[in-house]
Design a protein around this ligand. Structure first.
Ligand code: PHE
Ligand code: CO
Length: 284
């Protein structure tokens, strides 16, 4: 059918219309299960900014949301938009979208047998994990600045350093509140196992945020983290990343990588991990 073929066209910037007609009953059921499971778990674990962003977006448990509806709420709150993409996009494309306050979201959802683990981001990770914080003005500005910083890092051949910052903040960040440590990282909030492990397990380190230290630190994408970095506020994160990173990258090139499980004398350790049950394979 011509109309169908047209709606699934992938544009040069990798965006496409969300092919809503392609979602099956099973797809929506997977969404419902993930949504309900995380909702119950994240009370008292996720930070208030995440929980209020989620509520404000009107993302519901009924089924996979229509991206255009979410964009309406986002636009009003912070001027962000959601764009549908087929999956991971090239780095330069990703950064250009972020710099223009467009968040690329993978349209498809995982299979029922992948409820607990998935190698690549799907619509649940991208929407539930990332979009609620885009309702927050400071975090929204941070993400845009990150996109601009990404384009610059590409030119300076320094993306490996900047990618670690994304990993340890946007994907796996913790934040300190009066009530205790809370989660804001999207890779955690979209994972049942890690949303418990990151706060409750004695194994991993929980270390105070330190920009250069983070950009020095390796990471593994296939297990729970060995170290989490804790910010005190989104303002702290945004302010720390304001300076020109070019001199930082030069410094980083001269120093060796820090293994993901290491604790240094200079670290502000909130919790020094017991390393119980750690996988001995080295960092990427
Ligand atoms: N200030 C950084 C630079 O000059 C850009 C940046 C902003 C990077 C926010 C990450 C987060 O490259
Ligand atoms: Co992600």
């Amino acid at each position: 059918m011509l109309a169908r073929a047209l709606t699934e066209e992938i544009r040069p910037d990798y965006t496409m219309d969300q092919p809503y007609f392609r979602y099956t009953g099973t797809d929506h059921a997977v969404w419902r299960q993930l949504f309900e499971r995380q909702g119950a778990l994240l009370q008292g674990r996720a930070c208030d900014e995440f929980l209020s962003g989620l509520a404000g977006l009107g993302v519901a448990k009924e089924g996979i949301p229509q991206f255009d509806r979410l964009t309406e709420a986002l636009m009003k709150a912070t001027g962000w938009q959601i764009v549908a993409v087929p999956g991971l996009v090239p780095d330069d494309v990703f950064f250009r979208h972020l710099a223009a306050r467009r968040f690329p979201v993978t349209w498809w959802i995982r299979k029922p047998e992948q409820m607990d683990y998935l190698q690549e981001p799907d619509v649940f990770h991208d929407i539930y994990g990332h979009v609620p914080l885009l309702m927050n003005p400071v975090f929204g500005d941070y993400m845009q600045a990150y996109g601009e910083g990404g384009l610059k890092a590409l030119k300076l051949d320094a993306l490996n350093y900047l990618a670690r910052l994304y990993w340890y903040t946007v994907e796996f960040g913790l934040i300190r509140t009066k009530e205790g440590l809370r989660i804001y990282g999207s890779g955690i909030v979209s994972s049942r196992g890690e949303s418990i492990y990151c706060l409750d397990s004695p194994s991993p380190n929980r270390l105070g945020f330190d920009l250069l230290r983070i950009m020095h630190t390796g990471y593994r994408i296939d297990t729970f983290q060995k170290s989490y970095f804790v910010i005190d506020s989104f303002d702290e994160l945004f302010e720390a990343t304001r300076p020109d990173f070019a001199p930082y990258y030069e410094q980083l090139r001269r120093e060796p990588q820090i293994p993901s499980g290491a604790v240094l004398d200079s670290d502000r350790a909130i919790h020094r991990g017991t390393r119980e049950g750690w996988d001995p394979r080295p960092d990427a």
